[in-house]
Design a protein around this ligand. Structure first.
Ligand code: BGC
Length: 735
């Protein structure tokens, strides 16, 4: 391949935008390479497809989308999904798979929540890194998207996400940072939106200072499709490749010629494009997609979350003679992925109806669709379904959001299931209390009304092409449910912290809830929720014991805890570690997830889970210091099975990492008293002045007062004395 130095200005300019919708530009002997969608399966457009071609792509295994994958809380499994998608991409000659999407679920309404992992940055980062690792293990590159703060679909190409710095650092950036630092994705995709008024594609702070200078990213930054508005500004900011091409290469050439663009900036981007082309796999080995279907089934079964199981109605007995009414169009027309750019053409699709029939035999099953997917109530269908439920031992009801209710490109307006489905559910439950509901939905739905009419509730999210058979595996106990919620299910939409602000208006979305996203809000304000973050049931029981926490090194700690399967079936659970900062000078969420481990256990078996908490587990973003700070003091390590099922706690005291602050005349009395040298100096001075007996309420009242005000208010402290105190305090520190 020719060197950068041998390329003309025109050739270099054209390398920084695509050759067509999905390929880089072929220039001289530099081949074009393909970037195409994923990430829960390959979406490679068939050659005959139109530019967007959303429906027409080569068949590929459709794994569960991120909403479901995240509920597995299983990095190994997510890594295996990445590797399988990577293998299929490699076989199709694809250089980069456009994913994973790691934006945070700020509101249940975001139309693309099915493509994102969680409301929690730690979980998102860990699982996103696993997917990138798996993908890249096959030689193809990943593209971590949408960088950054793309948390809504409304007005996504113009809206400015107006977010304060601490919220960016603590909520919206850490997943990207973790993935960049630990999994070295070959590319990062910048988002459409603006961040605090500047397009992500033109945001030098984001694309260069943060991503490269701070986090050490060495790959290529590609635009989201059509996210570039000003080619020159984008190059200067650190965007290397515009996709798809906008036909504006001559603007780059002219800018270099006029001196408006430094040619070195262009060279830098071209070098990164050349690196990407060089890194693309050369061969295209064949790949056995059939094995991937089996993996998709295993993964799907690990993703569904059992929310309710009154009287242990589940698992159903595959061997008994009980009859089963299978109700709901979704049982035979499954909804297993979301719409938009991630929509895969599956290699095959398992339906729950077929899978259930295969387990128990056709003679035990009656199927009724109960409703149609366009939401228009059909009384005859409902009547037939109720009749089937009445005449059966168990009613399995497959409900969910129809495809038109959620998609890339628009946000939802509410969190309700269609009214006709709710009416059907109530009617079925009235004749058969042994009603089990299986949900298919990409975004959270309100569960209150559903729970009322269901003895058991399985949240299936969108389970990919093998979701139907995986669901049967779970319902009949061939697999024990082990999914845990990666997002809180609120009682009502207005409970959600972003509710007053989402999606904003006049091209702005104000992130007024700040760092209080998801459980960080609900748990801090102790607001009731329908199901907490991390929650999920199993057909067996688990117990935690013997929590031990030790400080391993400075501001790091090691956690070890025993987890036992105390039930009578094999199963898996997720041990979750939350950190609570006991006292801090800034407001913090009551606790934050900082570690987790999925443990698979035979009945009676015990494992020791060991996790390391590094300083980032304890730090907050200090706006004042413009860096992460671990404040010295006590931290509580909380270990449990959800953010609201904390089974064991232990406290540690960390040294913190702050330099001792310098006191000055505007430091408050409280700051003086808390200061290692200022405190004793002030106490001694107060004693000497006979002020030792000042009533505590007066001390409390003065706590927030800068010490110089004691001088100006004439509280018996002279300017000279204050100067003396400052000197004495400084002398003690240095001494
Ligand atoms: C989406 C990206 C996607 C790209 C290419 C955009 O509209 O936001 O996620 O990868 O299209 O299809």
């Amino acid at each position: 391949m020719v060197d950068l130095g041998a390329l003309s200005l025109e050739q270099k300019a054209s390398l920084t935008s695509g050759g067509d919708f999905w390929h880089t530009q072929a220039v001289a002997d530099i081949p074009a390479v393909m970037l195409t969608d994923g990430p829960h399966g390959l979406r490679k457009q068939a050659t005959s497809a139109d530019a967007l071609g959303l429906g027409n792509s080569v068949p590929a295994t459709c794994f569960p989308p991120a909403v479901a994958l995240a509920s597995s809380w299983d990095e190994n499994l997510v890594d295996r999904v990445g590797a399988a998608v990577g293998a299929e991409a490699h076989a199709e000659n694809v250089a980069v798979v456009l994913g994973p999407g790691v934006n945070i679920k700020r509101s249940p309404l975001c139309g693309r929540n099915f493509e994102y992992f969680s409301e929690d940055p730690f979980l998102t980062g860990r699982l996103g890194a696993a997917l990138v690792h798996g993908l890249q293990s096959q030689g193809v590159g990943a593209s971590v998207k949408h960088f950054a703060v793309n948390n809504q679909e409304s007005d996504r190409m113009r809206v400015s996400a107006d977010v304060d710095e601490r919220t960016l650092r603590e909520i919206y950036l850490p997943a990207f940072e973790h993935i960049v630092r630990t999994a070295a994705p070959r590319t990062v995709m910048c988002s459409y939106n603006k961040i605090n008024g500047t397009y992500a594609s033109e945001n030098r702070w984001l694309l260069t200072e943060l991503l490269r200078d701070e986090w050490g990213f060495e790959g290529l930054v590609v635009s989201d499709w059509g996210a570039v508005n000003d080619r020159v500004a984008a190059l200067v900011a650190g965007l290397d490749l515009e996709m798809p091409p906008s036909g504006t290469d001559d603007e780059i050439v002219a800018a270099v010629r006029s001196g408006a663009l430094d040619e070195q900036v262009l060279d830098r981007a071209v070098a990164r494009v050349l690196d990407l082309v060089r890194s693309a796999p050369q061969d295209a080995p064949s790949c056995v997609a059939d094995e991937h279907h089996a993996l998709a089934r295993k993964v799907a079964a690990a993703c569904a979350v059992l929310l309710k199981n009154d009287g242990d109605l589940l698992p159903l007995d595959a061997e008994s003679a009980e009859t089963i009414a299978v109700i709901g169009e979704f049982a035979r027309t499954p909804r297993f992925q979301g719409a938009g750019s991630s929509q895969v053409t599956p290699t095959r699709v398992d339906t729950a109806l077929d899978a259930i029939t295969a387990v128990v035999g056709a003679e035990r099953v009656t199927f009724e669709p109960g409703f149609v997917l366009d939401g228009v109530r059909d009384a005859a269908l409902q009547g037939a379904a109720v009749k089937a439920a009445e005449g059966s031992h168990v009613a399995l009801l497959f409900l969910g959001l129809p495809p038109q209710d959620e998609s890339e490109g628009f946000d939802r307006r509410d969190v309700f299931l269609p009214a006709d489905q709710m009416l059907l559910l109530a009617a079925v439950h009235a004749v058969n209390p042994r009603t089990v509901v299986v949900l298919s939905n990409g975004g959270v739905v309100r569960t209150a009304g559903i729970e009322l009419h269901a003895a058991a509730l399985l949240e299936g999210w969108l389970l990919g092409q093998a979701g139907g058979s995986a669901t049967a595996d779970l319902l009949f106990g061939l697999t024990n449910p082990s999914g845990r919620l990666a997002e809180t299910i609120p009682e009502r939409l207005p409970d959600t912290p972003s509710f007053p602000y989402f999606p904003g208006g006049e091209q702005h979305s104000r992130y007024g809830e700040g760092i209080y996203v998801g459980y960080r809000y609900y748990d801090t304000v102790e607001h009731p929720v329908a199901f907490p973050f991390g929650f999920g049931l199993s057909y067996t029981e688990f117990e935690l014991s013997d929590l031990k926490v030790s400080i391993s090194d400075g501001n790091s700690a090691s956690v070890s805890v025993h987890v036992a399967n105390v039930g009578d079936r094999a199963g898996a659970t997720v041990v979750q570690v939350y950190v609570h900062d006991v006292a801090c000078r800034v407001d913090r969420p009551v606790h934050e997830l900082k570690g987790f481990a999925k443990a698979e256990l035979e009945p009676g078996e015990t494992h020791t889970v060991q996790l390391e908490l590094d300083p980032s587990s304890f730090a907050f973003w200090s706006v004042q210091a413009s860096r992460w700070v671990v404040e010295a003091g006590e931290f509580e390590i909380r270990v449990g099975f959800s953010s609201r099922e904390i089974e064991a706690t232990a406290r540690i005291t960390l040294p913190g990492d702050e330099p001792i602050p310098t006191l000055n005349p505007m430091s408050t009395i409280a700051e003086w008293l808390a200061h290692p040298s200022g405190g004793p100096v002030l106490m001694e001075a107060m004693k000497a002045a006979g002020a030792a007996g000042v009533p505590p309420e007066l001390v409390a009242m003065a706590a927030d007062m800068p010490i110089s005000k004691l001088v100006s208010f004439g509280f018996g402290l002279s300017q000279e004395q204050l100067d003396g105190l400052l000197e004495a305090a400084a002398a003690r520190v240095s001494g």
